[in-house]
Design a binder for this molecule. Structure first.
Ligand code: ADE
Length: 223
């Protein structure tokens, strides 16, 4: 998968992709991340990318020309399965959306900033609008990092243990069961006996029961 991320502050996108699973996914050539600075596509001599909103009001709006130029430059090189705009008024990201998007081969992710982008960018270019939750961030960059993390870990070969993503919370509409590691006894708080019994079918059955119990208690809306 190739992901092109468009932003006016691409520095914000650096660290999430420079460590751990997202770095290993790139090193293993499972995914290519290409950040682009929208300012590099401004034709204005001041490299302007934003302007006041027509009709007045607070905040600046990202202009269409530099964004269009960046998108069109990329589209001249390859076809894109989706042009995603990160915005709090988009479809809320969940595991189902992540699963679907993890199948894309080429994707553009556009990050808003200030008040957002000129509506015509959304009308003319954007194919999906995604929110990571009902709260407003200063820009779409952190949301884009969250979105990319959720989909990259689903790409085959990214996680060492191939079954690992399949046993994540939400993958079967259930929360994950409790997990433990050493020591077996921490100040009298013991790991459930079943997990140290060596009886794999019983462990599996226990995990399933725990997942259902947890979901009933914490997220009954998922059942
Ligand atoms: N940009 C600002 N807030 C956001 C959110 N909650 N989700 C996605 N993009 C955003």
């Amino acid at each position: 998968m190739r992901i092109d991320i468009l932003s006016v502050v691409p520095e914000l996108l650096r660290s999430p992709f420079e460590a751990s699973i997202l770095k290993r996914a790139q090193d293993a050539k499972c995914v290519e991340i290409h950040p682009h600075n929208i300012r590099d596509y401004s034709t204005n001599k001041y490299k302007q990318v934003d302007d006041y909103p027509y009709g007045g009001g607070a905040g600046m709006v990202l202009m269409i020309e530099p964004i269009a130029k960046c998108i069109e430059t990329l589209q001249a090189e390859r076809n894109y399965d989706a042009i995603v705009y990160m915005t709090p008024d988009g479809q809320q990201l969940n595991q189902k959306v992540a699963n679907r998007c993890s199948l894309f081969k080429n994707m553009i992710v556009l990050c808003g900033h200030y008040k957002g982008v000129d509506q015509r960018v959304r009308d003319l270019f954007v194919t999906e609008e995604i929110s990571i939750g009902d709260y407003v961030l200063s820009g779409g960059e952190l949301a884009a990092a969250v979105f990319c993390d959720a989909i990259i870990r689903l790409i085959p070969g990214v996680l060492g243990n191939e079954t690992s993503a399949l046993t994540d919370s939400f993958q079967d509409n259930l929360l994950a069961p409790p997990i433990y590691t050493r020591p077996v006894d921490y100040r009298g708080n013991k790991v459930p006996d079943i997990l140290t019994s060596g009886n794999t079918p019983k462990v599996e059955q226990w995990r399933e029961e725990q997942a259902v119990e947890r979901t009933k208690k914490l997220r009954p809306d998922l059942l």
